[in-house]
Write a protein that binds this ligand. Sequence first.
Ligand code: ADP
Ligand code: MG
Length: 458
Amino acid sequence: MDLKELWKAALGEIKLNISRANFLTWFKGTFLVGLKGDTIYLSAPSNFAKEWLENKYHKNILQALTHLDNRIKKVIYVVTTNSESLEKIKKIKKSARKEKNNLLLEEQLNFPEFSIDAETNLNPKYTFENFIVGANNELAQAAALAVTKNPGSKYNPLFIYGGVGLGKTHLIEAIGNKLKKSKKKLKIKYVPSEKFTNDLVNAIAEQKMDKFKRSFRNLDLLLIDDVQFVAGKDKTQEELFHTFNTLYEKNKQIVFTSDRPPKAIPSIEERLRSRFEGGMIADISSPDFETRLAILREKDKDFSNLISDEILRYIAQEIPHNIRELEGALNRVLAHARLRNHPPTLEETKDILASIISSTRQYIPIKKVIKKIASFYDLSEENILSHSRKKEFVKPRQIVMYILRDELKYSYSNIAEKLGNRDHTTVIHACRKIEEEIKKNPVFAQEITILKDMLYNK
Ligand code: ADP
Ligand code: MG
């Protein structure tokens, strides 16, 4: 069976176990890139889809693949542009080995993700050297660097917080990568908190708690990413608390990241919160224009400065908040440059980035929004438009209103009219409710992001 057939068969199995909407949303555009030893590389069309597959569907994916081919023991998720462009690239690569731009193609195929370290779980692409320091992250970067000089002493624990896509993962992994290099004997582990939870659940189910405990309590450096996800998970918090104490007493270094400060994490035990607060707390905020430009220049350097400064400035100007989006934008531009064999002009860049950049936000009709959101929640459009107060209709209806207003900037009265001739104050109320919940509930916030993302996909 070749990879295409294998994945087709696996998808057939996965489809049976999850809802149609989720299947379509998350598995569209995925494909297998290669099999190396017992590891299969699965490509997702975006970082977002990759994270989602990794965090929510890993079990389904691994199970389906193992059933079909029992050599497969591990799945590594990667992001490539799409299968078509990859195919093209492979072909180009074969026929044009001697061409100069071949260097570029090598880089594209040589995913850094392929080399995630099995023992530490660290991705070698995140280093201090390629982390650009600006006013927004100065303190966090300095604290992180200090930790690498003297682990387990001054800043213990180090708690780094900041919004999505601002460099938390990069920085926490950079600590691990640097220490791994300078002190080879150190036992280091990087783990997103959700993986900590998953591993814990599995350890309990398989009665392997001793092994689980040992694997964390023998470390010299423990890096826990996105610790806000332990909110509301009692068993995880308990285990984390004891792990923390054991390591801390032995002067072992612990680093946390979170999307918010300890005080603002809901439903966590006080004793754990006070541990988070017991060392050094540093935040990362949105980068200013100069820092954004510097980050883009740094990434462009990897591609022999293919993209002109004019275009980099344009991207930095238009994408102000999130470095992940900034990178995403640059990657799109790079992908076009590669496929067309010449760097894009500013006008072309504007076209390429139109769907990302809010100032040129696409027009999406209200009807289409209703349709997409209804189907995400397995409802009909009539359910959304109706005046029924059923709970399962009310929330999605409010979400439709919120997204129409917040993302697509429709007027309250227009939304009210198109959603079954309601009063415009109903819409205002709905938007406020959803806003509040987004603030309170990170899982819900993520759901809204997915929905917004979905609007722009075909
Ligand atoms: P977070 O974990 O805060 O959501 P990430 O660490 O995943 O964000 O960062 C998103 C992307 O932006 C990554 O590819 C990362 O390498 C890049 N990035 C973030 N901050 C910087 C920086 N200061 N310099 C260079 N790249 C950065
Ligand atoms: Mg992160």
